[in-house]
Design a protein around this ligand. Structure first.
Ligand code: FES
Ligand code: FES
Length: 228
């Protein structure tokens, strides 16, 4: 059994242990890694300000999704890759989408902008054509209350079709262990345990041992139990 998790963060393999298993990925990024480009708005999975791209290997191929880090627990990153708005480009060398958002005046206060950029990065790495419907769908979880969606959609429509997925399949393959993972920490006198089974047999054994455990898959509700 491992007592640590490993994941790729903006191209770098990271190993973490002894973290509060209910720490959100947003807290981790902003407070542990000082990656404050990813914003907190609602902290309940509604506004999209905290969006990053999560890549994982599915049948040997990378699948990319835009996810809300404010309700995603750190342990769920094991074996996956996280791309943040800071990782895809810098002020001197912006990503094409970051450039388009600036050129098309698709940002005013800028609070929603990192999340919008990352949702568009996820769309760009998808195989879907850049139709208005697909763009609307990709941005459906991102609220902007000051720019108005016209310029944001103009920026999205101007994106090229190139995939732009960094080739980190090798790094991700190296992280695919079959071992059960247990993260644990004592937080203010409370023992917290987070198990990451990798097989159905491991899951069945754990459920036998801890029948009252909470099963987590996604976290849209369970994330709120913690953040609220
Ligand atoms: S902060 Fe609003 S969805 Fe995460
Ligand atoms: S630019 Fe202000 S909320 Fe979108």
């Amino acid at each position: 059994m491992r007592d640590y998790i490993q994941f790729v963060l903006d191209g770098e393999i990271v190993t973490e242990s002894r973290l509060d298993p209910t720490m959100t990925v947003l807290q981790y990024l902003r407070e542990r890694r000082m990656k404050t480009g990813t914003k907190e708005g609602c902290a309940e999975g509604d506004c999209g300000a905290c969006t990053v791209v999560l890549d994982e290997l599915v049948d040997g191929k990378i699948r990319s999704r835009a996810v809300n880090t404010c309700i995603l627990f750190i342990g769920t990153l094991d074996g996956k890759e996280l791309r943040t708005v800071e990782g895809i480009g810098t002020p001197d060398t912006p990503n094409k989408i970051q450039e388009l958002v600036a050129d098309k005046h698709a940002s005013q206060c800028g609070f929603c902008t990192p999340g919008i950029v990352m949702s568009l990065v996820a769309l760009q790495t998808d195989d879907l054509p850049r139709t208005r419907d697909n763009i609307d769908e990709a941005l459906a979880g991102n609220l902007c209350r000051c720019t108005g969606y016209g310029p944001i959609i103009d920026a999205a429509m101007a994106m090229g079709g190139e995939a732009g997925i960094p080739d980190n399949a090798q790094a991700l393959k190296a992280l695919q262990h079959g071992e059960l993972v247990k993260l644990s920490a004592n937080i203010y006198g409370t023992d917290k345990r987070f198990f990451i089974p990798k097989t159905v047999i491991q899951l069945a054994k754990l459920l036998g041992e801890y029948p009252k455990t909470t099963l987590l898959a996604g976290g849209t509700d369970i994330g709120l139990w913690v953040t609220k």
